[in-house]
Design a protein around this ligand. Structure first.
Ligand SMILES: [Zn+2]
Length: 71
């Protein structure tokens, strides 16, 4: 039984490390974003301050189109 003691990787689930800017649709690195906003318990990341500002003005416009319905 060998167990990895020191692992640099943080991704356990194997999901993508990148997140999508909901305003412009661009993929951004969560560690190198220009801004982030929290809305309805979720955090959104932005490639530029302008995108964040747009989102803050009307978040529903951008998160409402998310096709994440499961049922
Ligand atoms: Zn953007």
């Amino acid at each position: 039984m060998s167990r990895p003691g020191l692992v640099a990787e943080r991704s356990v689930t194997g999901g993508p490390e990148r997140v999508k800017d909901p305003v412009c649709g661009m993929d951004v690195d969560p560690e190198r974003v220009a801004g982030e906003s929290e809305y309805e318990g979720r955090t959104y990341y932005f490639c530029s301050p302008g995108c964040k500002r747009r989102f803050d003005e009307d978040p529903r416009r951008y998160v409402g189109q998310e096709p994440g319905q499961q049922g």
